[in-house]
Design a protein around this ligand. Structure first.
Ligand code: ZN
Length: 222
């Protein structure tokens, strides 16, 4: 995509969703079935001015909060750009925090991110996606990853991320490669989240009971 057309598209996206008071708009989220979620996104190489990038990031932050979600990748708002925002207040009971590594992740921006395994270990939990509403499925993911990216000011990031924040990093980076969590999920774990009762059914600390009852395997702990 040329820099002009990306600028035009971002301007149009922000204008179409503009709020009366001029605050950052909540953007429509693209659902599975849209090809933009299936294409590798373009690296960010300065196609947007600093001011427009900042407005886009703020709109993505507001949209993620409104959803609500803990991560949002640019393809999910229809932009094929390697940019994602992440934030997780992790307002969960202590036992959930301990079992899932669900520690708070302050707001952060990742640009051109990539990750690699840093633990040799997989952990499997239910996760969902704002672009696949109404469902959740179990995904085995690296327990810890080495994240390389740029932040919103263009500074290089090279750090290890563990626990639930590592899961979010993998999920969002996968979006930028055209991969949905369903591609990595245990198909037999797929569960509705369309009612509180459906959510409650597999709300245990780990998906062990779901694996037994639905008939799928969990990774060996190694
Ligand atoms: Zn997602």
């Amino acid at each position: 995509m040329s820099s002009t057309s990306l600028t035009d598209r971002v301007e149009a996206l922000l204008a179409d969703a503009a709020t009366a008071d001029g605050g950052a708009p909540v953007l429509p989220i693209v659902a599975a079935g849209d090809p933009v979620l299936r294409r590798p996104a373009d690296p960010f190489d300065g196609q947007l001015s600093d001011a427009l990038l900042a407005r886009l990031i703020e709109a993505m932050r507001v949209t993620m909060h409104a959803a609500p979600g803990v991560g949002l990748a640019a393809p999910q708002i229809g932009l094929p750009l390697r940019l994602a925002v992440i934030e997780d207040a992790a307002n969960v009971p202590e036992e959930v925090r301990a079992a899932r590594g669900r520690v708070p992740q302050p707001f952060r921006v990742v640009i051109n991110p990539s990750y690699e395994d840093a633990s040799g270990r997989h952990v499997a939990f239910y996760e969902g996606c704002l672009s696949v509403p109404g469902y959740q499925a179990v995904v085995a993911r690296h327990e810890r990853v080495r994240l390389r990216a740029l932040d919103e000011r263009g500074r290089a990031v090279d750090e290890e991320v563990a626990g639930w924040p590592a899961r979010i990093v993998q999920h969002e980076t996968d979006h930028l490669d055209g991969t949905l969590y369903l591609d990595r999920a245990e198909p037999r774990s797929l569960s509705s989240t369309q009612s509180p009762a459906a959510v409650e059914r597999w709300a245990q600390l780990t998906p062990q009971l779901a694996a037994q009852e639905l008939g799928f395997s969990l990774p060996e702990s190694d």
